[in-house]
Each structure stands twice: as structure tokens, then as C-alpha cells.
Design a protein around this ligand. Structure first.
Ligand code: GLP
Length: 257
């Protein structure tokens, strides 16, 4: 794949003084989408992300539910990814993360929640990935995909080498990604080596993409993703080609732009 530079009039970013302020603005946009669809008697399909980054966003969605009556009854969710080998009750599984940090605190119907399954036998994984892609399509596609970004430039677990034709599949994790996850797992050797993730094409298929990044550790990769070439080496750079992608950044994460 050849690296290309592309003018991207549709990709924007906004810089906020704090991650809480950024998360609040993004949550308000999502709430408006949910409410306007509910008023039409329609549902919303959200793509969701894990990691420390979306925590203030999920906290604000929970506040909107508890204090302002925002209902998630018309919302269907698809998470980006899941580690392989971790059961639901493992504290580092994304299933556990999403239930602890969002789903247990809102009124989303359990049957509307979708995550890749981390505990399948290897031979079951390809069919599971194909079914996950198909279910997204059957639900009408992703209306809005929430993203964080890893220091390898990954979105979901699309590590360097993931091009924009990739769909949901099993992947190997980059050593830098495993290093970043090591403290949570009590050591590098305990971090799963593989995961199931939506592909770059799955994410690019979302009608809107909203990526959050906080802190100086993300400044370098945020700049590469926004201002660098569109390249297979930085999965987030493909968002430059998306019709409606926006970065929500705090000041340190925007420092190199
Ligand atoms: C993991 C997730 C990504 C997430 C990234 C960054 O690799 N699969 O979806 O964006 O971590 O994590 P954090 O938000 O903790 O920096």
C-alpha cells in the first residue's frame, strides 16, 4: 500500500481545556442523536470503545441518564474489540469494562449490547467475526463510532499493518500496546497476545466517527494521524478519508498539531 496525502475537508478537531469538557460536548452530541431518533420512533446504533480515554464520556452519559432522563432504550451498541482468552468476569475483559463503566448504570436493553466474544475456540472465531460484521449491517450500520487511539496509532486493535479493507477479525497485539496494557494485567507476560477487533473498513463504514485523546503521551500519534500521510502504519490516519470524522482533544494531546 502506498502512502498518500489527502486534503480532508471533512475531518476536524476541537481542543478543550480539560478532558471532562471535551467528553461533555461529545456526550451532548450523542444524547441529541439518541433523542432526535427516539422522537421519530427510530433507534440509534453506536460503536463503543474501551480504555481510560472514554471514561469521562461514559460518566457524562450516565449523568445524562440519571439526572436528565436520557433513555438508551432505543440504542444498540457494538464494541470495537475484545481480548481473546478473557471470560466476561475477568476485570480486564472489555465486557466487564463496558458493564462496569456504562451498561450497568443505564437503561439499555441487554439484548441490544454487542461485543466480540473473547472465549471462543480458535476454529469458531472466523464465523463469529463474520456474524459480527453481518449484525452491524443488519442493524443498519453504525450511526456513530466512538474511538480512542493507541500509541501505535491503532483504532480498535487495528495495529500497524491494518489497511482500510480490514473487517472484524482476530489480530496480534503490538508490543507497545501490550506494554501500555501491562500495568493493568500485572505484567507484560499476562497481557493477551491476540484480540478480536472491528477492522478499519468497519470503522470507516460508520456515518460519524468521534475520536477522543487526552494527555501529552498521545500528542505525537495524534499529530501523525491528523497531519501525517494516510498510511497503513497508522490506522487512525485513514480517518482523514472519512466524510464526518472529528477529534476531541485536550490541550496536551493537541500540543504537536
Ligand atoms: C486499547 C483499546 C483501544 C483504545 C486504546 C487506548 O488498545 N483497544 O480501543 O483506544 O487502548 O487506551 P487508553 O484510552 O487507555 O489510552
Amino acid at each position: 500500500m502506498i502512502n498518500t496525502y489527502k486534503i480532508a475537508p471533512a475531518m476536524t478537531y476541537e481542543v478543550f481545556e480539560t478532558k471532562e469538557a471535551a467528553a461533555k460536548k461529545l456526550a451532548a452530541e450523542v444524547a441529541e442523536l439518541i433523542r432526535s431518533r427516539a422522537a421519530e420512533g427510530k433507534g440509534v446504533v453506536l460503536g463503543l470503545a474501551t480504555g481510560a480515554t472514554p471514561l469521562p464520556f461514559y460518566a457524562e452519559l450516565i449523568r445524562l441518564h440519571k439526572e436528565e432522563g436520557l433513555s438508551f432504550k432505543n440504542v444498540t451498541t457494538f464494541n470495537l474489540d475484545e481480548y481473546t482468552g478473557l471470560p466476561h468476569d475477568h476485570v480486564e475483559s472489555y465486557w466487564y469494562f463496558m458493564h462496569t463503566n456504562l451498561f450497568n448504570h443505564i437503561d439499555i436493553p441487554a439484548e441490544n449490547i454487542n461485543l466480540p466474544c473473547g472465549t471462543l475456540a480458535p476454529e469458531e472465531i472466523p464465523a463469529h467475526c463474520a456474524a459480527y460484521e453481518q449484525k452491524i449491517k443488519d442493524c443498519g450500520g453504525l450511526d456513530l463510532q466512538i474511538l480512542g487511539i493507541g500509541r501505535t496509532g491503532h483504532i480498535g486493535f487495528n495495529e500497524p499493518g491494518s489497511d482500510d479493507t480490514t473487517i472484524t477479525r482476530q489480530v496480534h497485539l503490538d508490543d507497545l500496546t501490550k506494554t501500555d496494557a501491562a500495568p493493568a494485567f500485572g505484567g507484560f507476560e499476562n497481557v493477551p497476545s491476540t484480540a478480536i477487533t472491528m477492522g478499519v473498513a468497519t470503522i470507516m463504514g460508520a456515518k460519524k466517527v468521534r475520536l477522543m485523546a487526552w494527555g501529552e503521551k498521545k500528542a505525537s500519534i495524534v499529530n501523525k494521524a491528523i497531519n501525517g500521510p494516510v498510511t497503513i502504519d497508522v490506522a487512525a490516519s485513514y480517518l482523514q478519508n472519512h466524510a464526518d470524522a472529528k477529534y476531541f482533544l485536550d490541550t496536551p494531546a493537541a500540543a504537536e498539531l
